[in-house]
Design a protein around this ligand. Structure first.
Ligand code: KG4
Ligand code: ZN
Length: 376
């Protein structure tokens, strides 16, 4: 395949509880452009709801059952194009779930004799920023051409499984995801020492009797004004003043639990209390994320701040980080993915794969394996 030709990428993502397949047309190595031919996400929310979080064995079973159906649907929607390249998330994530996607990719690659690009899930969340929607309902064309990232960039990836601040030196290094060159392109500045931000929101929602996933429900409940003094809650901002870039959210969840337990039965069930708590816990998470991101961007002289991951869909986080960047770092660019591409999807895997493929990072299906603890 020539680097300047148009190629069709089949991307697969099964690292957590969403079974995802996308087909993308990618072209132009100098100004990469993507046309998303199909992007199917089969959510397992209904299955995991009663546990208040993802149950790995169930998730694996669901991926196994749904992946062939999702593949068929994605191919049909894209009008059965001839695939040139397979992209698959190999980690980090839930090991049994990752293997379902990886084995599916390997079988397909072997059957039709295609190369595979192995993708890091965190990296895919960052590359979701390069998918931009063009307002054309007849032809859903997405493009990268208008986005120019200036490096170094500081990336805040916040999801249900991860909360990391990453320094990104360029689009892509030549070298596989486990190679030294890859590790040199990214540097983890800080990460959570316990719960991820999304995990904290999911657990708080459970305490408050709200549904799963907690992040979007908390966001909706938090859209209110607290007039009654009785409902002015003050939660801690863990590690906010520490001079590192690490996070800790499990204490925040515990603070919510104790506060909740101290309420009368009537208050615990009241709408006003639930809303006030959602507003405060969301703000506590946002305050810590923003403080550390701005500090990292200043310390590392970042030219761009990039947001990614499921929690990046939160409108308050997007807005407040934008305002803070504008105020404190007026010369720094600020990128957020389209809200649709924040939570897990395979389109972001395909986009990351194109950049990787341009650098020659392809592998034979024989060498691909899942790695639950893969580092960026
Ligand atoms: O990236 P993602 O889909 O899966 C993982 O890689 O973990 O992220 C899922 C997480 C969940 O914890 C969910 O509650 C959170 O993202 N989330 C949100 C919002 N939408 C999803 N958190 C806050 N506000 C949202 N609007
Ligand atoms: Zn994710």
């Amino acid at each position: 395949m020539k680097k300047n030709n148009k190629i069709i990428i089949l991307a697969i993502e099964t690292s957590c509880d969403d079974t995802c397949i996308a087909l993308l047309e990618a072209k132009d190595q100098l100004k990469p452009k993507f046309k998303i031919l199909s992007n199917i996400v089969s959510s397992q929310v209904e299955v995991h709801k009663k546990w208040g979080g993802v149950y790995p064995t169930l998730a694996k079973r669901e991926h196994q059952k749904n992946l062939p159906k999702v593949f068929k649907k994605a191919m049909e929607k894209a009008k059965n194009p001839k695939i040139d390249l397979i992209a698959v998330t190999v980690g980090p994530g839930l090991e049994p779930c990752l293997w379902i996607g990886v084995n599916f990719a390997k079988d397909l690659a072997q059957e039709i004799n295609l190369p595979i690009v192995a993708i890091n899930h965190i990296e895919a969340h960052i590359f979701a920023n390069f998918i931009k929607k063009i307002q054309d309902t007849k032809c859903p064309l997405f493009t990268h051409s208008k986005i120019r990232v200036l490096f170094p960039a500081v990336c805040l990836v916040v999801s249900g499984g991860h909360t990391q601040l990453i320094l990104m030196k360029n689009y892509r290094a030549k070298g596989d995801i486990s190679s030294k060159a890859h590790y040199r392109n990214y540097k983890i500045l800080g990460e959570t020492r316990d719960d991820a931000a999304g995990e904290c929101l999911d657990k708080v929602a459970r305490i408050l009797g709200l549904s799963y996933p907690g992040g979007p429900v908390i966001e909706t409940e938090a859209r209110c004004r607290i007039k009654d003094k009785k409902y002015r809650i003050q939660l801690p901002r863990p590690m906010i003043s520490q001079k590192n870039y690490d996070f800790s959210f499990s204490g925040l969840k515990t603070a919510v639990l104790y506060h909740f337990k101290n309420q009368s039965e009537k208050d615990r069930k009241s709408k006003k209390y639930t809303r006030a708590m959602c507003k405060e816990v969301q703000q506590a998470v946002i305050d810590v994320l923003i403080r550390k991101t701005i500090k990292a961007a200043k310390d590392y002289k970042a030219k761009t701040i990039i947001l990614g991951g499921g929690v990046a869909a939160n409108r308050e986080l997007r807005k407040q980080l934008q305002e803070k960047t504008k105020k404190e770092l007026p010369n720094t660019k600020y990128l957020t993915p389209d809200t649709y591409y924040c939570t897990d999807n395979a389109a972001m895997v395909g986009v990351a794969a194109y950049f990787s493929w341009l650098k020659g990072n392809i592998k034979s299906w024989k060498k691909i394996k899942a790695d639950a603890n893969l580092k960026i």
